[in-house]
Design a protein around this ligand. Structure first.
Ligand code: SF4
Length: 137
């Protein structure tokens, strides 16, 4: 059986053709570099993805915080992560690159804040992420 898939490793988007017998890969062609072979092998046996999503954040200037997984996750676990992220809520302030949710869905993977959000107080002052004390905005 022949499977076709685009390589998503770089913008060249090589058109990969994979000859398979059952679950076994017999040959891979269409790749311009060895990374295409590695990608096809992984994609057809144990596909992994970086996942980006948003989680709720309290007391921030925005209601949602963009987050990204700390590492690639098994493609079949994406729904579990999205469901756990749907129930997650953090509090501002938070710094870009810090752990927003640790061990999401018990997968040993963290959700990392993809932007900094300051805490906005009811009186219009803000607690700037990464700074001590209050600063007026
Ligand atoms: S096979 Fe190599 S050159 Fe082609 S898209 Fe994949 S990484 Fe890029």
């Amino acid at each position: 059986m022949k499977k076709e898939l685009p390589c998503i490793i770089c913008p060249m988007s090589c058109h990969l053709e994979v000859e398979m017998e059952g679950d076994q890969i017999l040959s891979i062609s269409g790749n311009t570099c060895p990374r295409g072979v590695a990608y096809a092998q992984k994609e057809l046996t144990h596909p992994m993805r970086m996942l980006t999503t948003t989680i709720r954040i309290a007391r921030a200037e925005l209601p949602l915080l963009p987050v990204i997984t700390s590492q690639e996750v098994p493609k079949e676990k994406i729904f579990d992560i999205m469901e756990a992220a749907r129930h997650a809520k953090v509090c501002a302030p938070i710094i870009c690159g810090s752990v927003a949710v640790s061990n999401i869905a018990d997968l040993g993977v963290d959700l990392i804040a993809a932007r900094t959000l300051d805490e906005v107080m009811e009186d219009g002052t803000a607690r700037i992420a990464g700074h001590q004390g209050l600063e007026t905005i």
